[in-house]
Design a protein around this ligand. Structure first.
Ligand code: GLA
Length: 372
């Protein structure tokens, strides 16, 4: 009996070791996992990380950021972006672009129309008669080719957008590289070239909540924007062309302010493009977001002239397959979309958004995490 018991224990120890080593192997391989299929193509989730332990996961459907794991002030790690547990979440009708790449033109183009070299182009009007975030099937709803770059910290995504896709002229070759830097930033580099003149405005649509699931809204987060003007909009969120001063208005984030402080005096909540105080196109700090309870700080750097601060106004708790079944209620997360201005192709006074053959589109944005 004693012998049998010893043999049984020995088997148990061996199999336990085995399963440990399996787990270990899985863990090492977890940097690339199957996530389902879409349009007959394999969807995978890739995890990139740095030595400090910051981890970002991305799927090749929509080039979507599914997780950003960073520590709070006590070293406890948490996921600071909204998302879903499975691909079904990202595929559901009405998924409000959680974590996705956005293109060919981020934000709105009035009446889905613009004229280039004397020719009028018509885009899908998918938002109150306007074209939003690239139309019905923007870059958030296509499968990108993904390639992990040497080291474990960068993922390269490419997409060949066809001439006429969603109404846009020209074959556009797009490349996006996500990198987790050694100093805990998620860096996003966007490049594109075209064979016909076309509007281009690429961005990412992560919804941040630095409480990592502890707070149901972002109203207690504090935001600072290096911007003294914003692009005023009409009731369908198309710029009027005016750039009002933010000073002493609810739009003023020139010094750090609790988001909930003035939000009720902004009709519908914040969903505007701030004009960044910069002249050049170098990478500069444009925003800081701080969550006092967790101590998490996120600083945003960009080469772009504008930033859309969207306070998650249309979230209403109805999304399915959300992470851990959390209800994404109004203001559950916020977006800081670095970009050129909305409706750029129709507003000659705004920075140029037309890319021509032979030119190179390039933008870099960085979301840097720390605690204080
Ligand atoms: C952008 C827009 C918002 C809204 C969200 C998605 O940020 O500016 O108005 O459409 O996308 O819900």
């Amino acid at each position: 009996m004693k012998q049998i018991l010893i043999i049984f224990l020995a088997i148990a120890v061996v199999s336990c070791n085995n399963s440990n080593s399996k787990e270990q192997t899985n863990k090492n391989m977890s940097s690339e996992t199957n996530y389902g299929t879409f349009d007959g193509k394999e969807i995978k989730q890739y995890t990139i990380s740095n030595a400090a332990g910051m981890e970002v996961s991305i799927i090749n459907y929509g080039g979507t950021v599914t997780k950003i794991i960073t520590p709070d002030k006590n070293g406890k790690k948490g996921d600071v972006v909204l998302g879903y547990d499975t691909l079904s979440g990202y595929l559901q009708t009405g998924n409000p672009y959680l974590g996705s790449l956005i293109g060919r033109y981020g934000n709105r183009i009035a009446n889905g129309k613009f004229t280039l070299d004397g020719k009028e182009y018509s885009l899908a009007t998918n938002n109150n008669g306007q074209s939003l975030h690239g139309g019905n099937k923007g870059y958030d709803k296509v499968v990108w080719d993904a390639k992990k770059l040497p080291g474990d910290s960068s993922l390269e995504l490419t997409y060949a957008s066809k001439d006429g896709e969603e109404g846009y002229p020209g074959n556009l070759s797009v490349k996006v590289v996500y990198t987790v830097t050694t100093d805990n930033a998620l860096k996003i580099e966007y490049d594109a070239t075209t064979d016909k003149a076309t509007p281009v405005n690429l961005t990412n649509h992560c919804y941040f909540n630095l409480s990592a699931g502890a707070d149901s809204t972002i109203l207690d987060h504090e935001l600072e924007l290096n911007a003294s003007k914003f692009t005023e909009v009409n009731d369908v969120l198309i710029p009027t062309g005016k750039l009002p001063d933010v000073k002493n208005t609810p739009m003023d984030f020139t010094s750090s302010k609790r988001i909930g402080k003035d939000i009720d005096s902004v009709k519908g909540g914040y969903d505007h493009n701030w004009v960044i105080n910069k002249n050049g196109t170098t990478l500069e700090k444009v925003a800081s977001l701080y969550h006092p309870a967790s101590g998490r700080l996120m600083e945003v750097f960009t080469t772009e002239p504008g930033i859309q601060f969207y306070s998650g106004n249309f979230l209403d708790g109805s999304l399915k397959y959300t992470k851990n079944g959390q209800k994404y209620v109004v203001h559950a997360g916020l977006c800081l979309e670095t970009q050129h201005f909305p409706d750029g192709p129709n507003q000659p006074s705004f920075p140029n958004t037309i890319l021509k053959p032979g030119e190179k589109y390039h933008q870099t944005s960085l979301y840097k995490f720390s605690v204080k």
